[in-house]
Design a protein around this ligand. Structure first.
Ligand code: FES
Length: 610
């Protein structure tokens, strides 16, 4: 009888009450707490069996698939097919694939901005990855803030993560000219505002700017973050550029599923906090500069790095600038150049680019496959593309010699500000002094910008205050201040513009962004700039300066602080402690752009760096 019992227990170890449940993998990890682990496992199996799983299936390594499909997110419209393909890959590898939802963010359907919700998505990702019994996870994202949110959450949860982006959309066409969201959204809207194209044209263009599912087809934030994922070693080479609607993307999804199962055999080696090192992030920043990537990516990278306990504090905005000084712009894509992501893909994509950048990269940086970046590059076949058909420039014939993205400092931005110098339309403005025309916020700008009596000239410097992380929660992409209509109608297409906000990665112009500290901070110089103050921006010397005596700035700041912090004040800075819900959490916890606008309690260092 005793022998029979022990044989039964050996065959059904989950019901052997004398044997502790100690597994940290598969279905047996992270049990819900009922005070009786055997019962917790028993109950878990009761419920998952309702989905028809067998004991064999439940004994396999589990690959979670983060599903960010939403009917409000056309950039993620292909996710159902991608999930099918990832599942196929997981099954081919002998694992069990389980998909689950998290928040989905689309740029145009997130009010006030998707940036406002990025940290919420990262918390959702971190906690659901941690809470559920997955050994490794495939993170399917794509639209701008989704990839940073997933990477931030993934690093903090520290289970092996495999990114799979939805991929870029195809370009459209109008009157024989190719179009793509969203650089051409902005260019054509500016032409419409200036009266250069009529209502019929703008309405026809509206139908063509996003002709398929997928992410914006230029080097916007989504494409930038996808390319950086490859540089970080978290995604296959073709993963960044294969069109959303291509069969190649489905094969990448299948490969990703297979790789995720393989990772389950060496979980501890492939945790993101182990795979990602300082060198990985330096590679990511080199890619960012070489592709002329989105300014948003600088904010995201600071937040992502801030999540890594061993790398946080070793890379900052100055590192981004230093890397820029030795990295040329090599990829000819809008908004810095002329082409689309499909052209980049057809030119050899990230593999071809990484070969051009080889001597700047840390090739011994580990990747999520368990092989180094150099080993992966050596193993992949690089097909030559005729020079005249490629949008990737050779290293010695760059589109822009260095520093696509520059970091400016000065009395306006002691914590730093970022400018995409390669996207300047009027390069003379990269070294410019002019009189400030100040708008106190987005509403003030909307009211006065097109006023025919606005005292503004092409040499003026447009300053927009109070669109920073706290001042206008979510730090809107309003930094590309439109050219005042009366100047646009005269053919002015670029002016020096400065703000504490962001701009879309698909936008261009001579535009200084992310000024830290932001204007809402009572100690900010940006907040006290007045009409007529002389501002100097010198991209080469990395200077952003307002020519006002220190004593006068201090006097203005003192007066403004009394207003902001006064008893009657409704300023976001003053009311942070009394605001309810997520908005209150955001206002109390968000850090400045120079630190990535992450929540202080989510960083590796924890609240207020303690
Ligand atoms: Fe989703 Fe541009 S709106 S990537």
């Amino acid at each position: 009888m005793a022998e029979e019992n022990s044989a039964k227990k050996a065959a059904n170890p989950d019901y052997d009450l004398e044997r502790p449940i100690s597994s940290t993998t598969g279905l047996r990890q992270g049990l819900t707490s009922y005070g009786d682990a055997h019962f917790s496992l028993f109950l878990r199996k009761v419920f998952i069996k309702a989905l028809g799983y067998s004991e064999d299936a439940l004994s396999r390594p589990i690959v979670g698939i983060v599903n960010t499909y939403s009917s409000f997110n056309p950039c993620h419209a292909n996710i159902p097919q991608l999930i099918d393909a990832v599942k196929r890959g997981v099954q081919l590898g002998g694992g069990l694939a389980v998909d689950f939802p998290t928040i989905s963010l689309h740029e145009s359907f997130s009010s006030p901005t998707s940036m406002y919700l990025r940290n919420l998505m990262s918390m959702d990702t971190e906690e659901m990855v941690r809470a559920q019994p997955c050994d490794a996870v495939v993170l399917i994202g794509g639209c701008d803030k989704t990839v940073p949110a997933q990477l931030m959450g993934g690093i903090s949860a520290n289970k092996p993560i495999f990114h799979l982006v939805t991929g870029p959309m195809m370009p459209g066409s109008h009157r024989g000219v190719r179009l793509g969201a969203c650089t051409d959204c902005r260019n054509n809207w500016a032409s419409f505002r200036a009266g250069k194209i009529d209502i019929e044209d703008i309405s026809a263009i509206n139908e063509e700017l996003a002709p398929t599912s997928g992410t914006c087809g230029v080097m916007g934030t989504a494409s930038t973050m996808a390319c950086i994922l490859v540089g970080l070693g978290l995604m296959p080479f073709k993963g960044a550029t294969a069109p959303a609607v291509s069969a190649t993307r489905l094969r990448i999804a299948e490969e990703t599923g297979k790789n995720a199962v393989l990772a389950c055999q060496k979980l501890d080696e492939l945790r993101p906090q182990k795979v990602l090192t300082r060198e990985s992030f330096l590679n990511g920043l080199t890619v960012l500069q070489a592709i002329g990537g989105s300014t948003n990516a600088v904010v995201h990278m600071m937040a992502i790095i801030g999540r890594h306990p061993d790398v946080a504090g070793t890379i900052n905005l100055d590192t981004v600038d230093e890397i820029g000084r030795k990295t040329p712009l090599l990829v000819d894509l809008k908004p810095s150049g002329d082409n689309y992501m499909t052209d980049f893909h057809n030119s050899g994509g990230m593999l071809a680019l990484l070969h051009e950048l080889k001597h700047l990269l840390h090739l011994d940086a580990m990747t999520i496959t368990g092989r180094t970046l150099g080993q992966e590059m050596a193993a992949a076949t690089l097909l030559e593309v005729p020079r005249e058909l490629s949008v990737i420039q050779p290293f010695d014939q760059p589109l822009h010699p260095s520093s696509s993205l520059v970091v400016l400092r000065g009395n306006i931005a002691p914590g730093g500000a970022v400018m995409k110098a390669s996207a300047s339309k009027d390069k003379r403005l990269l070294k410019h002094t002019g009189k400030a025309v100040v708008f106190a916020g987005s509403a003030d700008m909307a009211k006065r910008l097109d006023d025919p009596n606005l005292d503004v000239s092409p040499e003026s410097v447009l300053v927009l205050q109070n669109i920073g992380p706290v001042g206008n929660p979510g730090m809107p992409e309003a930094g590309m201040i439109p050219i005042p209509r009366k100047l646009a109608e005269k053919g002015v297409t670029d002016m020096l513009r400065i703000s504490d906000g962001r701009m879309s990665g698909t936008a261009g112009g001579t535009i200084v962004l992310h000024v830290s500290p932001e204007a809402a901070d009572p100690g900010s110089v940006l907040g006290v700039i007045q009409d007529g103050d002389l501002i100097t921006c010198d991209a080469e010397q990395r200077i952003l300066h307002v020519d006002v005596a220190e004593e006068e700035l201090a006097r203005r700041m003192e007066a403004r602080k009394a207003l902001i912090m006064g008893a009657e004040s409704t300023a976001p800075w003053a009311t942070r402690g009394e605001t309810r819900g997520y908005r209150g959490l955001y206002l109390r916890s968000v850090n400045q752009a120079q630190d990535g606008t992450d929540f202080d309690f989510l960083t590796a260092a924890g609240p207020k760096g303690n």
